[in-house]
Structure formats: C-alpha cells, structure tokens
Design a binder for this molecule. Structure first.
Ligand SMILES: [Zn+2]
Length: 173
C-alpha cells in the first residue's frame, strides 16, 4: 500500500495570492523543493489536493489551470519530484459539490484510485478546512502551516502547526 503526503497547493507549495492562474505570478515557498525531496526520501508519494473555485466562479478557465498545473509538474519533475496526481475541485461554493474542501471527496477519489493506507498518510494545508477534509477522509496525521492564509491556531484540530513545509524535517514522520 502507498503512504501518501497529501498537500494543498496555494499557501503550502506556492505563495497564496488569491485565484492564482498565471505562471508568471507563481512563486514557490522557500525551501519547498528540499521539503518535497525529504518527504520522498521517507518513502511517501505526493498527491496535491486543491480547491480551484476560480474556475467555477469564472475568474479563470480550466485550460488556464491545467496549463499552470503542467508547468508546475514539469518544473518539479526537473528537480526529481514526482507528483502522483493533482486532484482539484473546480466548483464554486454554491454548486454544493461533494469534492470542495472541507468535504473529503478529493481525498476519497485518491483513495479509490490508488491503494493508499490512510492510517500512515499525512496531509498538509494552510486552512482549517484542509484539516477537516483530511480528517473526514480518515487521515489522522495532519499539519497546518502558517505560510498561507491566516489561521486560528487555538481552535485548530491539526496534529502539528509549523511555519512552512520545510520544517517537516523537525517532525517525526
Ligand atoms: Zn467540487
């Protein structure tokens, strides 16, 4: 069975600027490449789980998202980082879909597609809704990072709260 590190994208991998869809505005968070290499070296595969309601809201097209996505994946591949798959929700909140986080739909899609041990997997997000979605999908190992949206640390259900993903090296994973 696969052990997966589920990562949110905006605010975890790249800087959160709100409805990011242009390659030229995409900026990796400091130390992310080393952090992802470290995660791979511990025997995990990486899956990205991202809400992209900008598509459903008509702010950018699915094609724009996919273009940025393939650019990001090729860049990461050039650094020896392999992303198993990017699962995204393109709906707007009013669509009431089953995949937009905090709902666990995207995590469950990943679990249906790959043989994943949720017990040994981890999930990282910059919003409490990321943590809720992961927990609802049966993931107990959750990390909230301070590198994206403002977070309410006192009321967080995350197992760990760290500054940025590169601090993963200090945790027992
Ligand atoms: Zn959705």
């Amino acid at each position: 069975m696969k052990k997966i590190f589920f990562l949110d994208r905006d605010g975890v991998i790249n800087k959160e600027i709100g409805y990011l869809h242009e390659i030229k505005k995409f900026e990796f968070i400091d130390g992310i490449i080393d952090a992802l290499l470290f995660i791979q070296s511990k025997g995990f595969e990486i899956v990205i789980i991202t809400n992209q309601s900008g598509i459903g809201r008509g702010i950018y097209s699915l094609d724009k998202f996919l273009e940025l996505n393939s650019w990001m994946l090729s860049y990461l591949a050039s650094k020896k980082i392999n992303i198993l798959e990017v699962f995204y929700c393109s709906h707007s909140p009013s669509d009431n879909c089953i995949c937009r986080k905090p709902k666990p739909g995207l995590f469950l899609n990943a679990k249906d597609k790959y043989d994943i041990c949720m017990e040994q997997s981890w999930s990282v997000g910059d919003k409490e809704t990321d943590i809720q979605a992961a927990k609802s999908a049966g993931i107990k190992n959750t990390i909230l990072v301070r590198s994206g949206h403002e977070i309410d640390e006192k009321n967080s259900k995350a197992k760990y709260i760290i500054e940025i993903l590169s601090e993963i090296k200090n945790l027992r994973i």
